[in-house]
Design a protein around this ligand. Structure first.
Ligand code: SF4
Length: 454
């Protein structure tokens, strides 16, 4: 049996695509290996959203030269956003790459691998597949307890720093019935929690590919309702066997009262929202093309906290966007102090090809970006520690995800997506446990069980 090693960079969309690639290759007789040195086929599923992720790919590719030496024929493939962005340039830049496959071409992976192995000719396929997105492909899911489910693809926003619309194309929503069917199937296989995936899930429903492919006709016909996503959540909430529903990523502009209402009313919808703020300065938000002001963002988070008590909000922050002054940056720090996020991902702005921000003249020096990044991380550390300490003594519901046999500990997540460690038996994996929190750790909690299986 041939072995395939798949390394995934970037977001959950890529993780899900890797599961599909694993499923397609399994159908061709490949088994997954965690040992890159033993693989017959190495695939890097890449991310181009930040320069750092791109650099990581090139250093990983550099290391594959060692595996390609000797008698064994090893194929190296690059998939995902960098593959889509660079296409045949990747073959020139990295001679060890045999195959480049774009974000909409996954269905062709087995045929391309077969073709390259037979002919020995390197190949690139990044032309948009008109049949994409395809929902019918097999996959090997990473865990049995939790699963990612794609509900939409691409993005129609035009944030000036972001390459996603270029590499993933326009927004296309998956038909509701297909999503519901997939979630029912997952529940039948023992899955307890689903995370609905899309670049901008709360604009779900705007364009369904089956009827409107690549045009805006459903919007023009007025069929698009801002509440389509809330409707989908209501349907999924009725799926027997599924205990929890999450989604990512939501755009602040499209966070509607209907969605907040759904979060308040639907018992299976978890009290967690990842809502990227990016900056606390209106001037920078405007330059980023984000479509909201800080006051608007704050209003929505307040309404959310009012309607969904105890909700945990996480966010993304970019520091050093072109033209960001000390005053703009101070507004971001003030926003973090005012909103008090449970967690955040902070990044230094890096210019991406094909994006308007890359051409902006007032780029911020690297040293300033680094200093601002450290200040954001330090502030967040203090806020998170304080929030986490507030959980000590509280009783929380945990979905048990994995066991560490070395120390007899289980790990699971609260409904607010906080990681909790506690002693317990491995047969509790997949169950909901009531846990009392005994200690706040750096970025997780420790607790002990109160009840048996639920
Ligand atoms: S909403 Fe903006 S940041 Fe998010 S994927 Fe779309 S363009 Fe990129």
């Amino acid at each position: 049996m041939k072995r395939v090693y798949i390394q995934t960079f970037g977001c959950q969309m890529n993780e899900r695509d890797s599961e599909v690639m694993a499923g397609l290759l399994q159908g061709e007789g490949y088994c997954l290996t965690r040992r890159i040195d033993q693989a017959d086929l190495i695939i890097f599923n890449t991310c181009s959203v930040r320069d750092l992720a791109e650099q990581k790919l090139y250093s990983a590719l550099g290391r594959t030269k060692d595996y390609k030496q000797g008698n064994r024929r090893v194929l190296v493939g690059v998939a995902g956003c960098i593959a889509q962005q660079e296409g045949s340039r990747l073959l020139k830049r990295a001679p060890q790459v045999d195959l480049v496959i774009g974000t909409s071409n996954l269905r062709r992976l087995p045929a391309l691998v077969e073709e390259v192995s037979r002919s020995g000719c390197r190949t690139v396929e990044t032309e948009r597949d008109p049949g994409y997105p395809h929902y019918d492909l097999p996959s090997v899911r990473a865990t049995g307890v939790r699963a990612w489910v794609n509900i939409m693809y691409g993005c129609d926003k035009a944030c000036t720093f972001c390459i996603v619309p270029h590499v993933r194309g326009e927004e296309r929503s998956r038909p509701m019935e297909a999503i519901v069917e997939e979630v029912r199937g997952l529940a039948g296989q023992g899955c307890r929690e689903v995370t609905l995936l899309g670049q901008n899930v709360n604009s779900y429903g705007k364009r369904e590919p089956r009827t409107t492919e690549f045009c805006h006709s459903s919007v023009v016909r007025g069929e698009y309702s801002r509440e389509s996503f809330a409707r989908l959540l209501k349907l999924l909430n009725d799926t027997p066997g599924i205990a929890r529903i999450r989604f990512t990523t939501a755009h602040p502009m499209d966070l509607s009262p209907g969605l907040i209402g759904a979060m308040a009313d639907l018992p299976k919808l978890c009290e967690h929202l990842h809502l990227p703020i990016q900056s606390g300065s209106d001037r920078i938000l405007r330059a980023m093309g984000r479509g909201y002001t800080y006051a608007g963002y704050l209003r929505k988070t307040r309404l959310l906290r009012e309607r969904v008590p105890g909700v945990a909000i996480s966010t993304d922050v970019i520091v050093g966007f072109p033209g960001e002054t000390d005053e703009d940056f101070t507004r971001t720090l003030e926003a973090l102090r005012e909103i008090r996020f449970h967690s955040l991902f902070a990044f230094k702005y890096s210019p991406r090809p094909f994006t308007p921000a890359a051409a902006m003249s007032d780029q911020v020096p690297e040293a300033v970006k680094e200093e601002r990044l450290q200040r954001v991380l330090q502030l967040q550390e203090t806020i998170a520690r304080c929030l986490y300490e507030g959980y000590v003594g509280k009783f929380l519901e945990i979905l048990v995800e994995e066991a560490d046999p070395a120390n007899g500990e289980l790990t699971g997540r609260t409904r607010g997506n906080l990681l909790v460690h506690f002693p317990g038996r491995a047969d509790l994996i997949g169950s909901l446990q009531r846990i009392v929190i005994t200690q706040a750790l750096g970025h997780s909690l420790r607790g002990k069980g109160v009840h048996g299986r639920q």
